[in-house]
Write a protein that binds this ligand. Sequence first.
Ligand code: IMP
Ligand code: MG
Length: 185
Amino acid sequence: MTEEHSDRVPEVEVIYAADAIAARLEDLAKDITARDLERPLVVAVLKGSFVFAADLIRALYRSGLEPEVDFLTLSSYRKSRTSSGNVEILRDLDLSVEGRNVLLVDDVLDSGRTLVFAKDLIAARGAAQILTCVLIDKKVPRAVNVAADFSAFESNDEFVVGYGMDVGHRYRELPFVGRMAKDEA
Ligand code: IMP
Ligand code: MG
């Protein structure tokens, strides 16, 4: 997938092709593994991070890490493209995070509200350490003060889709990260 558009979704412009994502994740996994986390627990924030997290944990395995994995379903966006400003738990974790070294994985760091909400929640439950890892670090002013410890890619202030990320429930299945073409945005 190196073309600028996929024939099947001409309204989506490719920003990061599948092979570029795969290559970047191997390096990212090595950087994370170098932190020597003891009994690491990956917490994937759903829904948007499910594809990223699935590929990341396998890249982590290849680089020598054996994380446990749990999921936290949060909602801040609802149906609109702009953050509502309040984050809710739609489905909580199954596992206890007490004393654990948590790698918190999300798709996009935008206003920062979602990541801060998840970090605060996990910290309040007694995690030993929380590292954050996002697929896309948007270079925009944050509404709250937070930075990702690890990020695969950066983007400008534009709405990204694919590789797990949606707009109105569409495009999660795309194997690449794209942006909505100008006349669709
Ligand atoms: P924040 O709370 O404003 O940082 O937004 C982060 C959450 O909003 C992420 O977990 C995403 O699910 C969603 N989000 C933000 N920007 C985008 C985007 O460009 N495409 C898809 N989802 C996004
Ligand atoms: Mg999300």
